[in-house]
Design a protein around this ligand. Structure first.
Ligand code: HEC
Length: 262
């Protein structure tokens, strides 16, 4: 391989790495809605206030059916996440009753939550969850964004995708039509609608806003180190560009000498 080709190859690889943004595959046969997420691309960062609102949506709406078993309250205060203050995290945790024990009498007891506790689950076990949801299990949402092809765009589309069913489409009792769900049938009633909750920061809670915020929150939950990873990635690319430049000029010098010796 000649030097020129080597350099061209290096540069084109760099180019691809720099400018290709992650392409999201569609989950069902229909293409997902596309959102210009602040966290997409190699320099992407989470929108802090969207993460905080997203937690509010999860807490006030989704948490009555869906667990997030890998999250602890203290994660809500960590860097790169919603970054609630220490007092806020304590207050959020204290708002829950947590099972603990056994105490010295061998009894289980409940106490107010602490920052180190895991998120409280809505149901004691899978069977209880299914019994309460017409036989369907509301999946744990900790890593759902990673678990579904289509990622964040799919989750957003799903939340926005409730529609009137086509006239000839047959739905059983307790099953709903969703444009983006596999087979268009879902046993989750539309969880969000305009002004369903009141945001504590005063943002207007449109269906679109609610869906975006909760999806942002779920994306962070599935990938809490995304911002740190993006930062490292950027540094590595700058290093590679410097290295490629250095290699280019030193090789040029060496080959110049070789040529002149012919
Ligand atoms: C009333 C209970 C209930 C509420 C509230 C609820 N869900 Fe669900 N959810 C379910 C059930 C049940 C399923 C399983 C549906 C199925 O398999 O047909 C589900 C499935 C899902 C799925 C998986 C879809 C798939 O591709 O398999 C996602 C994502 C989801 N819910 C997100 C949310 C979000 C986000 C919220 C809050 C905005 C929420 N849910 C609120 C009951 C609920």
């Amino acid at each position: 391989m000649t030097l020129n080709r080597l350099i061209k190859l290096t540069l084109s690889i760099l180019f691809v790495v720099l400018f290709s943004s992650k392409s999201f595959a569609a989950g069902s046969n229909i293409e997902n809605l596309k959102v210009d997420w602040s966290f997409a691309g190699i320099t992407g960062k989470f929108d802090r206030s969207s993460l905080q609102r997203g937690y509010q949506v999860y807490k006030e709406v989704c948490a009555s059916c869906h667990s997030m078993q890998y999250l602890s309250f203290r994660n809500l205060g960590e860097k790169g996440g919603p970054e609630f203050s220490e007092e806020e995290v304590k207050a959020i945790a204290a708002g829950y009753e947590v099972n603990d024990g056994p105490n010295s009498d061998g009894e289980m007891f409940t106490r107010p939550g602490r920052a180190s506790d895991k998120f409280v689950k809505p149901y004691p076990n899978v069977n209880a969850a299914m019994a309460a949801n017409g036989g369907a299990y509301p999946p744990d949402l900790s890593v759902i964004v990673k678990a579904r092809s289509g990622g964040a765009n799919y989750i957003y589309s799903l939340l926005m995708g409730y529609e009137e069913k086509p006239a000839d489409f047959v739905l059983d009792e307790g099953v709903y039509y969703n444009k983006y769900m596999e087979g268009n049938k879902i046993k989750m009633p539309a969880p969000l609608s305009d002004d369903l909750i009141e945001y504590s920061d005063g943002t207007k809670a449109s269906l679109d806003q609610l869906s975006k915020d909760v999806t942002t929150f779920l994306t962070w939950a599935a990938e809490p180190h995304l911002e740190a990873r993006h930062k490292t990635g950027t540094k590595v690319i700058i290093y590679l560009i410097l290295l490629a430049t250095l290699v280019y000029f030193s090789m040029k010098k060496i080959w110049l000498r070789v040529d002149s010796e012919k």
